[in-house]
Design a protein around this ligand. Structure first.
Ligand code: NAP
Length: 326
């Protein structure tokens, strides 16, 4: 049986990697009320796509992001409630070796959410280190769709070559690929400019989702080489990147000022103008509010060209995901 429910994707979503992640993002349970307010604000303003993963949350908090999302979406009674779209990613853990294990993983995510998953995504491809594992996992992903347990299927961290192979495999079963999620921002243009994933997505009718669209917060301009750094692993990365990205941050600021917007809003609008759905992670109502200000207007061609130029001049950009395939 194939699902008859339609998957509807808005222009922007909200990422929840930080929700439950103590080690990298400094999450603690006292933030939950604030995260619920972020969720409510987003949905009431039409930002109804939420991206999570069954690996999100560290240590004992593994799965926490899915649990919180479920709790928030079940408790939400307001406008756009019917269009909430929960997208989760199933990890290609080394101990997941059968298609049944993927179906079970999908069911476990739905259990944590307390509701159906709308979009199920393969979190990463094992092509770079264990290509044989991947095909059975993909079979399981397609099974979830065929069994009517999800409305759509997507991939994450796939390059065009691998994407085309999976597309062919899924087409043979009549399973459409709805989305491809890649690391895409002004500081990570590689998947689009070098690999060419956008052209292939357009050719195959797949919607591109841009993850880490604010480069983990760097593109907001709030961190600077003279000023504050975030706590944890991000600070190491930011120390390496900040000295070289000032001209890009200046360009973002210039555009932002002329538009009475913020750098974050310009960076997100740039993603939208490139035909992608950005899913910025928001930890507070203020951040979510600001990010939503990326909607409802459009950079012009000249501004996009200036930003593109500034992005190509950055010598050290964001590190690419090790699982990103060709
Ligand atoms: N498929 C994959 O392999 C993969 C990988 C990574 C991420 N993702 C998805 O993409 C989502 C977003 O990516 P991300 O969280 O890694 O990075 P991001 O969206 O680029 O950055 C998010 C961080 O930037 C800061 N921030 C957000 N909005 C802000 C604003 N308006 N003003 C100032 N600071 C702001 C916050 O951190 P601070 O306040 O602490 O600075 C926030 O946690 C994730 O939640 C996840 O769903 C997917």
């Amino acid at each position: 049986m194939q699902t008859s429910q339609k998957l509807v994707l808005p222009a922007m979503g909200c990422g929840t990697w930080a929700w439950g992640n103590r080690l990298l993002w400094g999450y603690d349970e006292s933030m939950d009320e604030q995260l619920q307010a972020v969720f409510n604000l987003c949905v009431s303003n039409g930002v109804t796509l939420f991206d999570t993963g069954d690996s999100y949350g560290t240590g004992k908090l593994n799965g926490r992001s899915e649990q919180l999302l479920g709790q928030f979406s079940r408790g939400y009674l307001g406008s756009n409630q019917e269009t909430i779209c929960i997208a989760t990613k199933l990890a290609a853990y080394p101990w997941r070796l059968t298609r049944e294990s993927m179906v079970s993983a999908g069911k476990a995510s739905a259990k944590r959410l307390g509701r159906n998953v709308d979009l199920v995504q393969m979190h990463w491809s094992t092509a770079n280190y264990f290509p044989w594992q991947e095909w059975v996992l993909l079979d399981g992903l397609a099974d979830l769709y065929e069994q009517g347990l999800v409305k759509g299927v997507g991939l994450s961290n796939y390059g065009p070559k691998r994407l085309k192979q999976v597309y062919k495999k899924f087409s043979d079963r009549g399973v459409p690929i709805a989305t491809l999620q890649v690391h895409y921002s002004l500081l990570s243009t590689y998947p689009v400019t070098e690999l060419g994933v956008k052209e292939v997505c357009d050719e195959l009718g797949i919607k591109l989702i841009a993850y880490s669209p604010l480069a983990l917060g760097l593109l907001t301009g709030k961190y600077s080489k003279k000023g504050s750094y975030p706590k944890g692993i991000r600070s190491l990365l930011f120390r390496q990147l900040l000295p070289g990205i000032q001209p890009l941050l200046d360009c973002l600021q210039e555009v932002a000022e002329s538009r009475t917007k913020t750098r974050a809003q310009v960076a997100l609008n740039w993603c939208i103008c490139k035909g992608a759905i950005p899913i910025p992670g928001a930890k507070s109502v203020e951040q979510a509010k600001q990010n939503m200000g990326a909607l409802g207007w459009q950079l012009d061609a000249g501004e996009i060209a200036e930003l593109d130029k500034a992005a190509t001049r950055v010598d050290k950009t964001m590190v690419q995901n090790i699982f990103q395939t060709q």
